[in-house]
Write a protein that binds this ligand. Structure first.
Ligand code: GRF
Length: 209
């Protein structure tokens, strides 16, 4: 059975498209993008997903409480028999109930080399701190803010003339490469956890055992 992936977005959706493309051209094998979930009807990514023929569901919070809103997300994901949740610019913190429902099956991409610069405005944080290297991280989601186990990272230089926008654009190019790679590794089960370490298992070695 192919993995049924849901991508959760709040905005532009460029990482979402990178994942949709990677599934379409076989870089993420044995998987389908079953659903795109947005917490905003006006997220540009919703229209982009629909244009690619991917089913979309919008779950706006409206006047509901946070627990009710989060329960709706969980119900939508369960209804669609989702095995893996990929956050891609999803701007809400997940509740403990949500995380528990999909423990070890929620991934996120963050535009910094975690554990540096978690949370909001990571590009601004990196420039203001004065680091010469930043980058991006794909990680498992747990109850902490951007603190789950690291799956994949890519470094990117920070230049003296950088603005938040120029740094974000340089990092985004690498995000679009490492997110599909990380998702492929996870759906194929080519990893094992040792403490916090997500150890890569070489598929060729595995098949020769
Ligand atoms: C990306 O930089 C991602 O790392 C962060 O939010 C941004 C979303 O961009 N979590 P997009 O919607 O994927 O274009």
């Amino acid at each position: 059975m192919p993995s049924r992936i849901a991508i959760m977005i709040s905005g532009r959706g460029s990482n979402m498209l990178a994942l949709i493309d990677a599934v379409a051209d076989g870089r993420i094998p044995d998987a389908e993008i079953a659903l795109v979930v947005s917490d905003r009807a006006d997220a540009a990514g919703v229209a982009l997903a629909e244009a690619r023929g991917v089913r979309t569901v919008v779950v706006e919070r409206g006047m509901t409480t946070r627990p009710t809103h989060q329960a709706r997300f969980v119900n939508v994901l369960l209804e669609h028999k989702i095995n893996l949740v990929c956050l891609a610019g999803f701007m809400r913190l997940l509740s403990p109930v949500f995380i528990e429902s999909f423990r070890g099956r929620i991934l996120n991409i963050h535009p910094s080399l975690l554990p540096a610069f978690p949370g909001l405005n990571p590009h601004r944080q990196a420039i203001e701190y004065g680091v010469r290297i930043s980058g991006c991280t794909v990680h498992f989601v747990d109850e902490t803010i951007d603190g789950g186990c690291v799956i994949e990272q890519r470094a990117v230089p920070v230049f003296d003339g950088d603005t938040e926008e120029s740094l974000a654009a340089r990092i985004l190019i690498e995000e679009h490469k490492i997110y599909p790679q990380a998702v492929a590794r996870i759906v194929q089960g080519h990893y094992k956890l040792e403490g916090r370490r997500v150890i890569q298992i070489d598929a060729r070695l595995e098949s020769s055992v």
